[in-house]
Write a protein that binds this ligand. Structure first.
Ligand SMILES: O=C(O)CCC(=O)C(=O)O
Length: 272
């Protein structure tokens, strides 16, 4: 990671890494994303103001492992976190064309900052745009916050830090501390937005969430010990799934997805 990027993150709580995917790679991952939305349509569900998501994308589209462990992203995470990161969650997210009012829902994610960490990082999110994002489309927005700054309530933070709308061509990657105030900006637009959003944590700390299953092919059976270690912080969704299949044996794919949806309801991630 460039020292200037590290310094920028320290001052602002995020950094744009620019376009990290070639046009050919973007095309490949858009194809994977579109196939997922078609083939496992029932597994996608509504969240927030105007998004649909699939948080089991590692199971339904294992190709996304190549985004999650992209070498540029892994290098930056290692530097920012001060140790090797672990996988926490992946959600692939879709925003359709929209003709309502501009909408922002400012928030800080779940466990917020880890104040003992030199960069206050408990968890980092990778926001990867698979479509072009500019002032005429939906975008990701954030209110910059230095690692030294007092943590403020929403209105005070917006007054102090202002709003940055993050734009870039398809293939652009942004890393941000999930404790920093942020939101999706939903704009009246004819364009779709497609994103891959990945959360990373510290391997020796509690897992982040119950959103994503981690398939056994990654944490148990992967031939590379570094990959196994990266995927080995298991959440209760993954443990519940393993417990269930210990008695039934391996399930057909459709039954696996149905079980994961039941677990999502149990963990209050989706309503039906
Ligand atoms: O989708 C976005 O642009 C924002 C995502 C977000 O708010 C979140 O992950 O908490």
């Amino acid at each position: 990671m460039k020292p200037a990027d590290y310094a920028f993150f320290k001052e602002n709580g995020y950094v744009s890494l620019g376009k990290i995917l070639s046009d050919v790679e973007v095309e490949h991952f858009v194809h994977t994303f579109d196939r997922d939305r078609t083939e496992v349509e029932d597994h996608w569900y509504r969240i927030g103001h105007y998004q649909t998501v699939n948080c089991d994308a590692l199971l339904t589209s294992p190709e996304f492992d190549n985004v999650i462990r992209h070498p540029i992203v892994m290098d930056c995470l290692h530097t920012l976190m001060g140790n090797a990161p672990c996988f926490s969650e992946i959600c692939i997210r879709y925003m359709a064309p929209y003709d309502g009012e501009l909408n922002r829902g400012w928030h800080r994610d779940g466990p917020r900052h880890w104040l003992e960490h030199p960069m206050r990082i408990g968890f980092v999110q990778l926001m990867l745009y698979l479509t072009d994002v500019d002032e005429t489309t939906h975008c990701f927005s954030l209110s910059p916050e230095s690692v030294e700054a007092e943590i403020l309530e929403t209105d005070a933070q917006l007054e102090r830090g202002g709003i940055v709308d993050l734009y870039g061509p398809a293939g652009t990657a942004i890393l941000f501390n999930i404790g920093v105030l942020h939101t999706a900006t939903t704009r009246p637009t004819q364009e779709e937005r497609k994103t891959v959003q990945v959360y990373y944590g510290h391997p020796n700390r509690r897992y982040l969430s119950e959103d994503s299953i981690i398939p056994v092919e990654l944490w148990r059976d992967h031939p590379d010990p570094e990959a196994r270690a990266f995927y080995s912080v298991l959440n209760n969704k993954t443990r519940d799934y393993l417990e269930h299949t210990a008695s039934t044996g391996e399930l057909p794919f459709e039954d696996t997805l149905a079980l994961l949806r039941e677990l999502d309801v149990k963990h209050r991630k989706r309503s039906e």
